[in-house]
Design a protein around this ligand. Structure first.
Ligand code: HEM
Length: 391
């Protein structure tokens, strides 16, 4: 095997191709690397290999010796082992069986009018405020936060705090900050569960409490898991989709005039969110071989979703943002056992936001070249720091 490769290879950006990673992908589907915090790992870049490994039960998120496991970064929750090694599979089954009903296609369809209305309210506010504006603040971050806040039953005035804590948890460079954010989020989840047990309302946390089989700790874990899994990811997809649409006035116009393009535009936004999210991580539960590489039990395996969704053999012209892309088998919602429970909701939010935005603001444009956009440094999701627009 060649000399170890030091991560990160390329800085994340909504529009700039990750050239070093793509060059690596052309050489082989799996590589020995050193993570951003200096730990040894395997980086998988082949589309087929990643798809198979996502569905392979021989890999998990927990580790038999978590204190000594390799890490991809400093985030307490995201960059290292998670969950109990003995009961991981059981917990996944419990989590999915309790959460899935709230995110089924039927349930999410019933949420459409509310999500459309929330989008409309945010755009009314934007219109009233007038140009210039920061679309990341005014829409992309706010919509997912409000949708998840309502869904979980988090009072409106407490949602700002959640924002602060999730940002802290995501910190990939400061383990202490990430730990403190996670602890605060958990304390809040407990408090919320206790409040909902005492005074149930029509929301997911109240329903999880009514389930009768879950402890407050489990309710808190599920609720904060949903918040975490569904907030920054959707906000980032909305940011990158909006930025790339703004960079392509003919596609902006086409979507504004034809809301029938919203499903493919949303799906393409999910594909390109991989430009701003890190690889999915796993630990091997037994020795195994990945494309000829001998991987030992307990080693860190990083599945590079960006590489998979920009693989020229699967996605023609992968650097082009194309809202009419029909064949789009991206792996950005994962695959197999842990496939994203919130995918229907994320799609709904993206469709609603992109369709309404382009229809209501046909003349909107970025005030800086898309190339000059910057992203949050050192965070799990490289959310653009701002999307400055005028109209
Ligand atoms: C564009 C937005 C989103 C993206 C790109 C995304 C991506 C993903 C991915 C890649 C996974 C699999 C992780 C793995 O295999 O380890 C996942 C799992 C999950 N997602 Fe999403 N997601 C998004 C939106 C949402 C939303 C809106 C929700 C809920 C409100 C949500 C809830 C979940 C949950 C509960 C899991 C299971 C986590 C686990 O098994 O540990 N996601 N998501």
């Amino acid at each position: 095997m060649a000399a170890q490769i030091q991560l990160p290879l390329d800085p994340p950006h909504p529009a700039r191709p990750q050239r070093n990673l793509r060059a690596l992908q052309k050489q082989a589907p799996v590589h020995r690397v050193s993570t951003a915090v200096g730990d040894p790992a395997w980086l998988v870049t082949g589309y087929q290999e990643i798809k198979q490994l996502l569905a392979d039960p021989r890999l998990g998120r927990s580790h038999h010796d978590p204190e000594n496991a390799a890490r991809s970064g400093a985030s307490e929750l995201l960059d290292g082992p998670r969950g109990d090694y003995e009961t991981e599979q059981k917990w996944i089954a419990t989590m999915r069986s309790r959460l899935q009903p709230f995110f089924s296609a039927g349930h999410v369809k019933a949420m459409r009018p509310r999500v459309e209305a929330l989008t409309g309210e945010l755009l009314d506010r934007l219109e009233k405020q007038g140009p210039p504006a920061d679309l990341a603040e005014a829409l992309a971050l706010l919509l997912p936060r409000e949708v998840i806040g309502e869904l979980l039953g988090v009072p409106a005035e407490e949602r700002g705090l959640l924002d602060e804590w999730t940002t802290a948890v995501s910190d990939a460079r400061d383990r202490e900050r990430s730990r403190a954010g996670l602890a605060a989020l958990h304390r809040y989840g407990h408090e919320l569960a206790a409040r909902k047990r005492a005074h149930p309302t029509q929301d997911v946390v109240s329903w999880l409490c009514e389930d009768g089989t879950l402890t407050d700790d489990q309710v808190a874990q599920l609720a904060m898991g949903v918040l975490f899994a569904g907030y920054e990811t959707t906000a980032t997809a909305l940011c990158v989709g909006t930025a790339l649409l703004l960079d392509s006035p003919e596609q902006w116009r086409a979507l504004g005039e034809d809301p029938g393009l919203a499903p493919t535009a949303a799906e393409e936004s999910v594909r390109v969110v991989s430009r701003l999210l890190p690889p999915v991580i796993r630990y091997t539960r037994e020795d195994l071989e990945i494309a000829g590489a001998e991987v030992r039990r307990g080693e860190l395996v990083m599945l590079d979703i960006y590489a998979a969704t920009h693989d020229e053999n699967v996605f023609p012209d992968p650097d082009r943002f194309d809202i009419t892309r029909e064949d789009n088998p991206h792996l950005c919602f994962g695959f197999g056992l842990r496939y994203c429970i919130g995918a229907p909701l994320a799609r709904l939010e993206l469709q609603s936001a992109l369709a309404q935005l382009t229809a209501r603001f046909p003349r909107m444009r970025l005030t800086v070249p898309v190339e000059d956009l910057t992203v949050r440094p050192g965070s799990f999701a490289a959310i653009p720091t701002s999307l400055p627009v005028t109209w």
